[in-house]
Design a protein around this ligand. Structure first.
Ligand code: COI
Length: 363
């Protein structure tokens, strides 16, 4: 079978130039969508087929589609960045392609070949090129590939009909307050994922299960929720959609080890590399919450931050829990945290050499 490619026939834009300019002036996060989307179908009998770029719009789906009942769905998140010469690039997309394949295996969905994944990104960003914000901004075009069970069938088994889409959304800062220190609520009630579960997969269900905790966090004046391991409720897993890091006064960079219950973040992996380059000692290990809080009190830990594709790197200023509250450093944005953020975004926007070969040109 020939490789799956995404072709465009309908070129008509749904949003005019003036309206697009108005949106790009203040896009926020996840509020506006571009003119086009990529789509391909998979059928058990014939595999992947019908790659296309079509106008962005509502989907036609049977109310009996398996995804609506059993949540057989996975997704990815990555960004397209405009460089000063007008070209458009994305960051380590093959890592997202591989993670989508791992998520697909875990959710019994078909794997999309890496080449097809990259072609779908290129096809959408080529069609939606005017939607990629200017290089002078700190904005990007957020790309959201996703795959779900579309088969009209209520029996519980892996679906025989699956759809894959890529939609795109111009993006400013993930948090409405911008890059400001987060207040994080440590939940002692909920867990995000358990051993043998789907925690390492990027599936909608993991995010759905975080929502009640996020509401609890908001009730305590916090921006985000921190989940501990489901078994002992003592060690750090991750936030609702971001990995967690701590920096010690003696130059260690700590993050929870990949146990199968946390997401293997592409930003997480890149930070471990950038930190080592600047002489920090990266350590992936079990992080006991009580020890972390004690080390915040003693000053042994000086900075903490959250990271993900959407939020990039965001300082954590304070933890809250039923037992009290703990300030991180002076409660502000840590110096090393901001330097790592600067370096990562400088690479992504082509402002410094791409010494690790992390960028792929899309347009
Ligand atoms: C991302 O960082 O891209 C994610 O998928 C997380 C989501 C909560 C926005």
């Amino acid at each position: 079978m020939s490789a799956l490619a995404f072709t465009q026939t309908d070129q008509a834009r749904r949003i005019g130039e003036d309206e697009r300019a108005r949106i790009l002036a203040d896009p926020g996060f996840g509020q506006y969508y571009t003119d086009f989307m990529a789509h391909a179908s998979w059928r058990e009998a014939c595999g992947w087929d019908r790659g296309e770029v079509v106008p962005f719009g509502p989907l036609y789906l049977s109310p009996a589609a398996a995804v609506l009942h059993y949540g057989q769905e996975i997704f990815e998140g990555l960004k397209a960045f405009r460089h000063a010469d007008g070209s458009v690039w994305t960051f380590r997309p093959e890592r997202n392609a591989e993670r989508l394949q791992r998520s697909a295996r875990r959710l019994a969905l078909p794997e999309l070949p890496t080449e097809a994944f990259l072609d779908s990104l290129r096809a959408v960003v080529t069609a939606d090129e005017p939607w990629v914000p200017e290089a002078t901004s700190e904005e990007s075009l957020y790309l959201r590939p996703f795959m779900f069970a579309s088969e009209e069938f209520l029996g519980v088994r892996a679906a025989h009909a699956v759809e894959y889409y890529v939609i795109a959304s111009p993006a400013g800062p993930y948090f409405p307050r911008g890059v400001q220190p987060l207040v994080v609520w440590i939940t002692d009630e909920y867990a995000r994922a358990g051993a043998g579960g789907t925690g390492a997969a990027k599936c909608g269900g993991n995010y759905a299960s975080s929502l009640l905790g996020k509401r609890e966090a908001a009730e305590h004046g916090a921006d985000e929720i921190l989940f501990l391991d489901s078994e002992t409720h003592t060690s750090i897993d991750e936030l609702s959609g971001m990995n967690v890091f701590a920096i010690t006064a003696d130059g260690r960079l700590l993050t929870p080890a990949l146990t199968g219950s946390i997401l293997e973040g592409v930003t997480r992996e890149s930070i471990l590399r950038l930190a080592a380059d600047r002489g920090l000692e990266p350590l992936e290990q079990k992080l006991e919450m009580s020890e972390i809080l004690a080390q915040l009190g003693s000053g042994e830990i000086t900075e903490m931050f959250a990271c993900g594709t959407a939020a990039v790197i965001n300082p954590i200023g304070e933890f809250r829990a039923h037992g009290g509250s703990w300030r991180v450093g002076d409660g502000g944005s840590g110096e090393i945290t901001l330097a790592l953020r600067q370096e990562l975004t400088d690479i992504q926007y082509g402002r410094v050499p791409d010494r690790h070969g992390w960028l792929t040109r899309l347009v």
